[in-house]
Design a protein around this ligand. Structure first.
Ligand SMILES: Nc1nc2c(ncn2[C@@H]2O[C@H](COP(=O)(O)OP(=O)(O)OP(=O)(O)O)[C@@H](O)[C@H]2O)c(=O)[nH]1
Ligand SMILES: [Mg+2]
Length: 366
């Protein structure tokens, strides 16, 4: 029997992980077995720790995107099958990736069509980011080559989901949906909120359909590579220890505030800053996110109690030089640790610009 393969794309910070966890709960409530596949250019992922905390089986593909590590994608699905026999796979591609139809979905259908039923390609957008990208609102955003990737993501979508609709009034929502419909006529436009659950059911219902069969979009890989290389990535895993209990929620907030201020001072546009803090004792997890330099960081999960020792994960993706991103992360961490009398040691860190995408397969027709 073939399993469903559902991929939810969208730019960094659009809400893919939040939505996939909702989708996992939805399928699970229907008695289906779910396996999640997360993907990133590097290791030490906030997304994996969030998905792990949710209890669903997850496989992580690191060191490159699905399209460039296509075999890792099918191997990850095989491992999940051995461990928990999912009948639906939910996959989150890297948020700076595009051309997924030609490089992942069509190859999956053509080469493994007996194993997988490939669902329509959904692409999520953050509405505030989308308003700026589409010129409906002013405000800081990305440079044109990054914008190129953003637009290509929308151009290949079967369904564009305006996520976070809780942030919009009806007038803004209507204007954004209309602008998307005009610009991307190939896609069905929906709006929903992965956070509140509003209108998710109508989107989820659409996922039982099939991926549409149409020629893949044209992608200028030079432009795509240059756009990706403008985005700096930093992942750091750090150990926090303290002689006295401290407030981990407050620590995370202060760290986010300092990091945001320093990024703003450099004029670096944040695509996504996400951080988790997990105390060694218990299974509690604090999560804090920021999706725009001019935005406000948000606490997604808070720790119930004070903590003494634990692990901090920082994932920062912003349009800026990776060395400078690391410098900002390190100095913000040091200042926060010092102020809170916590010892912070970076145990693992990576910072880089994504390399040129070189897909394993590229099928321009279904
Ligand atoms: N207000 C609101 N916030 C949301 C909603 N869905 C997600 N978010 C928030 O948006 C931020 C980013 O969400 P993620 O699910 O981590 O986004 P992502 O697309 O997986 O991000 P990357 O993996 O970095 O590409 C988090 O702070 C979420 O809590 C929503 O429906 N409404
Ligand atoms: Mg994610």
């Amino acid at each position: 029997m073939s399993a469903d393969y559902v991929m939810v794309g969208g730019f960094l910070g659009a809400g893919k992980t939040t939505a996939l966890l909702r989708l996992a709960e939805h399928f699970s409530a229907q008695g289906r077995r779910v396996g999640l596949i997360t993907n990133d250019q590097s290791q030490g992922l906030v997304d994996t720790s969030m998905v792990n905390a949710s209890g669903f089986p997850v496989e992580e593909i690191t060191g490159g995107c699905f399209c460039c590590r296509f075999n890792s994608l099918t191997e990850a699905a095989d491992r999940l099958t051995q461990d928990s026999q999912p009948d639906v796979f939910l996959a989150e591609p890297v948020g700076s990736c595009t051309d997924l139809r030609a490089t992942v979905q069509y190859p999956l259908r053509r080469l493994y069509g007996d194993d997988y039923r490939v669902a329509p390609l959904s692409v999520l957008v953050d509405p505030v980011r989308a308003e700026r990208m589409l010129g409906l609102a002013t405000g800081r955003t990305f440079s044109p080559k990054v914008q190129y990737i953003y637009e290509k993501q929308l151009e290949e979508a079967d369904i564009i989901v305006v996520n976070k609709r809780d942030l919009l009034d009806d007038e803004r929502r209507g204007a954004l949906e209309a602008a998307l419909k005009t610009r991307y006529p190939q896609a069905e436009i929906m709006s929903a909120s992965a956070r509140t659950g509003a209108n998710l059911d109508s989107w989820f219902g659409r996922l039982s359909g099939q991926l549409t069969s149409r020629p893949a979009i044209d992608v200028d890989y030079d432009m795509y590579a240059e756009g990706e290389a403008l985005l700096g990535w930093l992942n750091a895993t750090c150990r926090l220890t303290s002689a006295a209990p401290f407030d981990g929620n407050q620590f995370l907030q202060r760290l986010a505030d300092r990091t945001q201020l320093a990024l703003a001072a450099k004029g670096f546009e944040v695509a996504h800053l996400k951080m988790t803090l997990s105390p060694d004792e218990g299974a509690d997890l604090a999560v804090r996110n920021l999706v725009r330099t001019e935005g406000k960081s948000e606490s997604i999960h808070r720790l119930a109690d004070q903590m003494t020792n634990g692990e901090l994960i920082i994932n920062l993706r912003a349009e800026g030089d990776p060395d400078e991103l690391r410098g900002i992360a390190v100095s913000s961490l040091e200042a926060t640790a010092q102020a809170d009398r916590v010892a912070a040691t970076i145990e693992h860190s990576e910072h880089f610009r994504p390399g040129r995408p070189v897909p394993t397969h590229r099928l321009t027709t279904p």
